[in-house]
Design a protein around this ligand. Structure first.
Ligand SMILES: Nc1ncnc2c1ncn2[C@@H]1O[C@H](COP(=O)(O)OP(=O)(O)OP(=O)(O)O)[C@@H](O)[C@H]1O
Length: 261
């Protein structure tokens, strides 16, 4: 077994003293895709926010640790965390359009975010962005860069989110419900584009989703969360075909019902 890129060990998290994650354990090898599923409020976003060091002032890791390669993320502070976020760990949000500033173009926001980490000429940033758009088969990259977020569709904004997260070539990409706000055909495109990033750059991806179909299609491993605990974790096929926990069985049955219409 190779060295893991991400290891969560006995993780426990509280918000304002209230426990929301209990004894969560998982490991992920480089280049793998992990899907995290579970009902609303089960702690999926909390888990990835903690891995990015983004818990906020209400949240605290009260036990265990999260290792990115050999670094314990839960012990890193300010500058050390900033160095990790972006070049090492990227993030795609549910609604990129809303997470960007509405009155500045994509291009300006892209420059600003890259220049925080790498002092490179704007021309080079632009070339990298166009190259990524090209790999996503987006032909109108020039127009997209000149646009304001509100001028782009939800799907297009998500692809901008992928480009902005990938421009520093992070080894690990977190995606928090990146397709939930999109209609089905656009969802498939965004999923394919994330897969393309893994194929081209070997990116390890952790995706939080309510859609077990997305997990089935893209994830090598699946983690099922229920009320702050990780109730099932394993190879996607195995978990979906032979769910052990009652909660996972219900989840899979619900999806099968949807498949059958
Ligand atoms: N900033 C916060 N302050 C206090 N409680 C919080 C905060 N953020 C999340 N929680 C609580 O922590 C628990 C886990 O929330 P989390 O957002 O991680 O769940 P989730 O599985 O990602 O849900 P969803 O699928 O709805 O996004 C919930 O009970 C939620 O109410």
């Amino acid at each position: 077994m190779g060295q893991s890129i991400l290891a969560v060990e006995h993780l426990q998290i509280c918000y304002t003293g209230q426990s929301v994650l209990e004894d969560v354990n998982l490991t992920l090898e480089p280049g793998r895709i992990l899907g995290i599923v579970g009902e609303s409020g089960s702690g999926k976003s909390t888990l990835i926010r903690a891995a990015m060091g983004l818990l906020g002032s209400d949240g605290a890791v009260t036990g265990g640790r999260i290792l990115y390669r050999d670094k314990n993320v839960t012990e890193l502070k300010g500058e050390e965390l900033r160095k990790l976020r972006g070049p090492q760990m990227g993030m795609i949000f549910q609604n990129t359009g809303a997470s960007l500033c509405p009155i500045r173009t994509i291009e300006d926001q892209l420059y600003e975010s890259v220049l925080q980490h790498e002092k490179i000429p704007r021309r080079e940033i632009r070339e990298r962005a166009m190259d990524l758009f090209d790999k996503m088969k987006l032909l109108d990259g020039e127009r997209i860069l000149k646009s304001y977020p509100f001028e782009l569709s939800g799907g297009m904004n998500q692809r901008v989110g992928i480009m902005m997260a990938m421009i520093l070539k992070p080894a690990l990409l977190f995606a928090d419900e990146p397709t939930s706000a999109l209609d089905v055909t656009v969802q498939a495109q965004v999923v394919r584009e994330m897969m393309k990033m893994r194929e081209l750059f070997g990116t390890t991806i952790v995706i939080v989703t309510h859609n077990i179909g997305v997990v089935e299609y893209m994830a090598d491993k699946v983690a099922v969360m229920y009320r702050g605990r990780l109730v099932e974790y394993g190879d996607t096929k195995e978990v979906i075909q032979h769910p052990k926990e009652e909660y996972t069985q219900k989840l899979v049955r619900a999806v099968l019902r949807i498949h059958r219409g």
